[in-house]
Design a protein around this ligand. Structure first.
Ligand SMILES: Nc1nc2c(ncn2[C@@H]2O[C@H](COP(=O)(O)OP(=O)(O)OP(=O)(O)O)[C@@H](O)[C@H]2O)c(=O)[nH]1
Length: 178
């Protein structure tokens, strides 16, 4: 029987409460969007298998609660994550500034070879939109991380951001000496 997948990658989404982590995962895994906000309690996950460079990659995507009161639970899941997507709301400067704190948490709790990516979530029609972006280019350059402006609502760059992260992880794996 053919193997269902070649690799299993564990991915994790982190970021402030309400920035859109759950919506991003649901758009990716189920191609759905619901604007009703139900804050994540603790932790949850969804599975999707993608094909990259001829390999079937099973993505196990962990959705963490952004609320501070769940921090102890959620940080326990950093260990073993192969890729982490940092999420912020492009119209919410605070959620962008907090990316620095989320990065600190990664340094403390995640594996050193974890691959990072950032997904600023677009909220269309807001004039404040460009402000956090400009700062962000600097941050991304400093840390040498990939980013995709994403919208779960309008289905922009969702598959692209997950696939690019999986591709980066696959590349890293193939580079490792046997
Ligand atoms: N305009 C717009 N709104 C979005 C988008 N994605 C999510 N939202 C809205 O943002 C709100 C929060 O989304 P969630 O995905 O539940 O946020 P979260 O980051 O998982 O929040 P916690 O579980 O509390 O950490 C919801 O009301 C969504 O409708 C998007 O792409 N565009």
């Amino acid at each position: 029987m053919a193997k269902a997948y070649d690799h299993l990658f564990k991915l994790l989404l982190i970021g402030d409460s309400g920035v859109g982590k759950t919506c991003l995962i649901i758009r990716f895994a189920e191609d759905n969007f619901n604007s009703t906000y139900i804050s994540t309690i603790g932790i949850d996950f969804k599975i999707k298998t993608v094909e990259i460079d001829g390999k079937k990659i099973k993505l196990q995507v962990w959705d963490t609660a952004g609320q501070e009161r769940f921090k102890t639970i959620t940080t326990a899941y950093y260990r073993g994550a192969m890729g982490i997507i940092l999420v912020y709301d492009i119209t919410d400067e605070k959620s962008f500034e907090n990316i620095q704190n989320w990065m600190k948490s990664i340094k403390e709790g995640a594996d050193t070879n974890v691959t990072l990516s950032v997904a600023p979530i677009l909220r269309t029609g807001n004039p404040k939109r460009d402000q956090p972006l400009k700062n962000f280019y600097k941050l991304a350059k400093e840390h040498n991380i990939r980013f995709f402006e994403t919208s779960a609502k309008s289905s922009v760059n969702v598959e692209e951001s997950f696939n690019a992260l999986a591709q980066d992880i696959l590349k890293k794996m193939n580079k490792k000496p046997v």
